[in-house]
Design a protein around this ligand. Structure first.
Ligand SMILES: Nc1ncnc2c1ncn2[C@@H]1O[C@H](COP(=O)(O)OP(=O)(O)OP(=O)(O)O)[C@@H](O)[C@H]1O
Length: 265
């Protein structure tokens, strides 16, 4: 298994965020996480990225329990896991070339990594990753001069450059227009398939999830509500997942013109 959670729980600030999550993904498998805002999708991905440590249960990533290995081994494991964030954490003054180069720093020794940060020697590979997210012309641009969608695509290029065995993506297309969102999800799926990488992506768009992922995992209130092949995710299943998730009830539809006239009479 590439990723295995056994009854994993997470508490943050004294609150239960995830409860008894059991989930496994085989190497090369692709799955989408869907669910209402605040359900726990990001937290689940951050657990898989080893950014959080579970309170209970055990997890195995690429053959190791990250919390039972040495710090050095953990660093090696992290270099094989790529995380795409909703808002890419790019230092403002950093140039795009360095932000993408950072994808491979974990795979290098200390001195090489430091040198890459100043003068990356694999600009051709960096350019190739940027080309794939249509940002080749931004190679030397400063990150704080990019739009939100461009920053998100730099975060994706960084993970393409990293070539990890496990790709985790938290709403990777939140800042992109519909056509770019579609192209980007297809790119991630193709990249993962070509490298036999495992891909777990959280998406607000159920439509995109159903269009591209064979397996759909519904999360609500910190628990897995369903884990189904996409063919079994019927409208009723989706409605139950998002039930009650509205800022307010929709207004009564306006009365047809004829009856409004009736009222005036
Ligand atoms: N650091 C934290 N401390 C305390 N509570 C947190 C923390 N981070 C997240 N939460 C809470 O955990 C719950 C799950 O949040 P999470 O970001 O995982 O949800 P999500 O499904 O990704 O939501 P969205 O779709 O809005 O991004 C939320 O109720 C959130 O308020």
């Amino acid at each position: 298994m590439s990723l295995q959670f056994d009854s994993v729980s997470l508490q943050l600030g004294g609150t239960d965020i995830l409860r008894a999550i059991s989930l496994s993904l085989a190497q090369g498998e692709q799955a989408a996480l869907i669910g209402p805002s605040g359900a726990g999708k990001t937290s689940l991905l951050l657990l898989a990225a080893t950014r959080y440590r579970p309170g209970h249960g055990s997890l195995n990533l690429l053959g190791d329990n990250p919390w039972h290995v040495s710090p050095r081994w953990l660093a090696g494991l992290r270099s094989r896991i790529g995380m795409i964030y909703q808002a890419a954490p790019l230092p403002a003054r950093q140039r795009v070339v360095h932000a993408v180069a950072a994808g491979r720093l974990g795979q290098m020794s200390g001195w090489s990594a430091l040198r890459q940060l100043v003068w990356p020697d694999d600009t051709a590979a960096i350019l190739d990753s940027l080309q794939r997210v249509a940002l080749a012309d931004k190679l030397w641009q400063r990150c704080d001069q990019l739009s939100g969608g461009q920053r998100q695509r730099v975060g994706i290029a960084r993970v393409l450059h990293q070539r990890p065995a496990l790709i985790l993506a938290d709403e990777p297309v939140a800042a992109l227009d519909p056509r770019l969102a579609d192209d980007t999800i297809r790119l991630l799926c193709d990249e993962a398939a070509a490298r036999q990488s495992t891909l777990l992506v959280s998406l607000h768009s159920v439509e995109l999830a159903l269009a591209y992922f064979p397996r759909i995992i519904g999360v609500r209130d910190g628990q897995i509500m369903f884990d189904l092949p996409r063919e079994q995710v019927h409208p009723g299943v989706v409605s139950a997942l998002y039930a009650g998730e509205r800022l307010r009830e929709p207004a009564e539809p306006p009365a047809p013109a004829a009856s409004r006239q009736d009222l005036r009479c």
